[in-house]
Design a protein around this ligand. Structure first.
Ligand SMILES: [Zn+2]
Length: 438
């Protein structure tokens, strides 16, 4: 983590401010600027934690902030404690406490035993730039609260950042949802993570998600999420890789005369557009994009030297093949539309699902425009498997979309995200592989 002090700026400042706000030491919403109000808050927080009150966020202060960044803390059981007493002490429900501590025997708590205590706020924030560091805290936080979520990675980015994978549900129907293939569409990572949190919470509280009992969803499907396919690009756009880093400097030189750096950056950190990397008409995509002038690494639309030349697209491709899902959704942001075909290929169930998704979200099913009809992730999935694969373009406006659109985006997409796991229109290899598809 960065060492933050008066005058620091960037997403890690927002993250520290989030922790200070959640712990009650800062009234204002995070703004990414370390001014005098933030400094006073840090000092007050440090005092309460018996740290030197220097107002600088270094390793010890980051460490002390951790419970408010992950949304839970470890506490030691005292003599005479029960789940009920602990729940009362920390202002949470017994059910949440049980869920976070599946190994603990509520009838036999031992003094000194460590338990995970969820704090009374959601883990996944909707008010800070969602860099790979924020995602890391969220993954840790969700896993602590909901140990039935399994976490891992499908590979690593160019800079070695894990391409994080979260899995939930025990059903036979395997589905895979991805976000942030494009750097400046990072809001889709928050969308998927907030959906996952709501779903996990509904499982624990035996509530509903997208109009279905969460338990029924979990019995129907096994959901895999890769919320951030392009973490390095996201870090560039959010400012985590700021001026003064080698990565920023090298991206800036690839950016050339293009406007709006880094907020218009879509590519990975080597300047390759990850959604033009898949083996489905890649040569055609190359011909089109070269004709448009995208012939070299840059902020967008460069197809790369060959299909799957980048570690991110290669990792997602390989993971998809290992998982062999019945359906994939690839989340992007632009225009509230649903792309559901590859050229004229229409997998069984795809038309019906596109209609269902459209009714649930209000988004319009459309044919992919000719200029971006090739080499996308869903294109390859449809071509390879002849199963439904969708690009969902959430939200409207200029990317990166503001976080103010997130609540509406989550409302519009909760139906789609749940229906992908429940709809009768999704049929799976468990019901027999389709002829000719291997
Ligand atoms: Zn996109």
């Amino acid at each position: 983590m960065q060492i933050l002090r008066y005058g620091s700026v960037g997403p890690q400042v927002s993250l520290a401010q989030l922790g200070l706000r959640r712990s009650g030491y800062l009234a204002d919403a995070p703004d990414g600027i370390f001014g005098s109000v933030t400094r006073s808050a840090v000092q007050a927080f440090q005092k309460s934690m018996e740290l030197a009150g220097d107002g600088v966020v270094g390793p010890r202060t980051w460490n002390a902030l951790e419970p408010w960044l992950t949304g839970s803390r470890k506490v030691a059981v005292r003599q005479g404690d029960s789940f009920y007493r602990l729940a009362q002490r920390y202002g949470i429900s017994v059910r949440r406490l049980e869920a976070a501590n599946p190994e603990a025997d509520p009838l036999n708590l031992r003094p000194g035993q460590k338990l995970t205590v969820p704090l009374p706020f959601p883990v996944v924030p909707g008010d800070v730039p969602f860099s790979s560091t924020v995602l890391r805290y969220c993954v840790r936080g969700l896993q602590a609260r909901y140990p039935f979520i399994s976490v891992g990675s499908v590979g690593s980015s160019v800079r070695g950042t894990p391409l994080r994978l979260l899995q939930i549900g025990r059903g036979a129907r395997k589905v895979l949802y991805t976000g942030a293939h494009h750097a400046n569409e990072w809001i889709t990572a928050v969308l998927l993570m907030q959906y996952l949190e709501r779903y996990a919470e509904a499982l624990v509280l035996e509530g509903e998600i997208g109009g279905f009992p969460a338990l029924a969803v979990s019995a129907s499907a096994a959901l895999s999420l890769v919320p951030m396919v392009d973490p390095d690009g996201v870090d560039l756009v959010t400012g985590e890789l700021g001026p003064g880093t080698q990565a920023y400097f090298s991206a800036l030189s690839m950016n050339g005369a293009a406007e709006g750096f880094p907020r218009n950056w879509k590519a990975n950190i080597r300047g390759v557009d990850l959604n033009l990397q898949y083996p489905a008409g890649w040569e055609e995509a190359k011909r089109i994009k070269f004709a448009q002038g995208y012939t070299a690494p840059g902020p967008r639309d460069y197809v790369g030297p060959e299909p799957l030349s980048e570690p991110e697209s290669r990792a997602l491709y390989a993971f998809t093949r290992r998982l062999d899902p019945c359906l994939v959704l690839a989340y992007h942001t632009q225009g509230e539309v649903i792309y559901w075909k590859y050229l004229d290929r229409e997998p069984p169930g795809a038309r019906e699902l596109a209609g269902e998704f459209s009714r649930l979200s209000g988004y319009a099913p459309e044919n992919t425009p000719e200029g971006s009809a090739y080499a996308g992730y869903k294109d390859w999935f449809i071509l390879e498997y002849d199963r439904p694969g969708f690009t969902i373009e959430a939200g409207r406006g200029t990317n990166p979309l503001p976080l103010s659109q997130l609540p509406e985006m989550l409302r519009s997409n909760t139906g789609i995200l749940t229906s992908g796991q429940m709809s009768a229109a999704v049929s799976c290899s468990a019901e027999g592989s389709r002829a000719g598809i291997t």
